[in-house]
Design a protein around this ligand. Structure first.
Ligand SMILES: *Cc1c(COP(=O)(O)O)cnc(C)c1O
Length: 383
């Protein structure tokens, strides 16, 4: 038997409660570390942020430079600025993702070219991406949907051929690997989110990993209004601001939670992976359900979400609810939103096909294998 955290010894269903879709993971040492910070002089961006950055980069960065920020959205916005995306530049981004991936581009006046998804993974369709490239394309963003890495070889190939920056929105994919490489060490920029329900949470927070270490100083200035904070602290700052930054920093209270989460990350990830695999094994060969992203051997799934494709989704969801199992769509195609210009009929055939079929099932560290078995048993009884 694999080791489980004490909270998971009892299946949720045995406690008489329902199974919620998400639940924050609170590391054993989080409270202590947060209290320690509250007793010090530094509660804003201080030594804990630096420690968290270093430890995070050690685990996931493979030589990339880390920058801790206030949210994953902050990290994406900074990545786009550092990639030098400007007004009227074109960027290629997935049509199916959290709106946070795409909203920063609207602030910047960049032109978003949405790419379709692959039906089996809901990741960006690299053939469609290729067809969208023009001389004005500045960057391609990909999202590792649910935690399964995209076809990175293809994307990097396009990046090299056309001089396009590759940015990974890895909000779902902390701990994932692609052909033996860690998500975090492969691309020009990789962003992680520590929002409440992600693998690691700092309540809110994010991290940007930057391949070109020379960009780090600029990144740090942009994180803090454009001011060279360390020069300022040393009293050698010349009192000028030459680039427009903003306030994107992480604070030490949040970083303390992050440090506690890193200590037990291997364990958290292992549990999530076991739960996901249990779903895949249980539902294998069952006709009514297609498990998104199952069966890949050249990449390791970070097991953030368990998504299925089903017929008659509304009825399926009602049926699950009647058994006290929560489910949801979580993300929606972004072209449904007016801010992105509204629905582009026929432009995304795969998205059109799955749009009424995908559904996310519970996966979080309060669950154990018996909970997954319960859910799968109910599913296999039909709806
Ligand atoms: C959570 C998430 C984000 C945003 O992260 P925040 O920390 O909430 O700003 C961005 N992209 C994806 C795909 C996400 O799931």
């Amino acid at each position: 038997m694999n080791k489980t955290t004490p909270a998971n010894d009892l299946p949720i269903m045995a406690t008489g409660e329902g199974i919620v879709l998400f639940h924050p993971h609170m590391p054993r040492n989080a409270k202590q570390y947060v209290c320690d910070v509250l007793d010090t002089r530094w509660i804003g961006q201080g030594p804990r942020v630096e420690q968290f950055e270093n430890e995070f980069a050690e685990q996931f960065g493979g030589g990339c430079a880390p920058l801790a920020v206030g949210s994953g959205t902050d990290a994406l916005h900074l990545a786009y600025l550092l990639a030098d995306v400007k007004e009227d530049d074109e960027v290629i981004a997935p049509v199916f993702t959290c709106t946070a991936t795409n909203i920063p581009f609207l602030y910047m006046g960049a032109k978003i070219r949405f790419a379709d998804v692959e039906k089996d993974t809901l990741n960006i369709d690299t053939d469609h991406v290729r067809s969208l490239i023009t001389p004005k394309t500045k960057a391609i963003v990909c999202v590792h949907y649910g935690g399964l890495p995209c076809n990175m070889d293809e994307l990097h190939q396009m990046g090299r051929e056309h001089g396009i920056q590759i940015i990974e929105d890895a909000a779902h994919a902390l701990g994932a690997t692609y052909k033996g490489k860690k998500v975090g060490e492969m691309s020009d920029f990789t962003m992680f989110s520590f929002q409440a329900i992600k693998h690691i949470t700092t309540a809110d927070g994010g991290m940007l990993l930057i391949k070109d270490r020379e960009l780090l100083e600029k990144a740090k200035r942009l994180r803090w209004f454009g001011i060279d904070r360390s020069a300022k602290q040393m009293g050698i700052w010349e009192n000028d601001i030459r680039e427009i930054g903003y306030k994107y920093q992480m604070n030490d209270v949040a970083a303390a939670m992050g440090i506690a989460a890193l200590e037990e990350f291997e364990e958290t990830l292992a549990l999530r992976k076991r739960l996901l695999q249990r779903y895949f094994d249980n539902l294998k060969g069952f006709d009514g359900v297609h498990c998104v992203g199952a069966g890949y051997t050249d990449r390791e799934h970070a097991a953030w979400m368990m998504t299925v494709l089903v017929e008659d989704r509304a009825r399926f969801q009602t049926y699950l609810r009647s058994h006290r199992i929560e489910s949801g769509q979580v993300h929606y195609r972004n072209d449904r939103y007016s801010i992105f210009g509204g629905r582009q009929e026929g432009a995304f055939p795969n998205m059109d096909k799955i749009e009424n079929n995908y559904l996310v099932l519970p996966l979080h560290t309060k669950m154990n294998e018996a909970d997954v078995d319960y859910i799968c048993d109910k599913i296999k009884m039909g709806w």
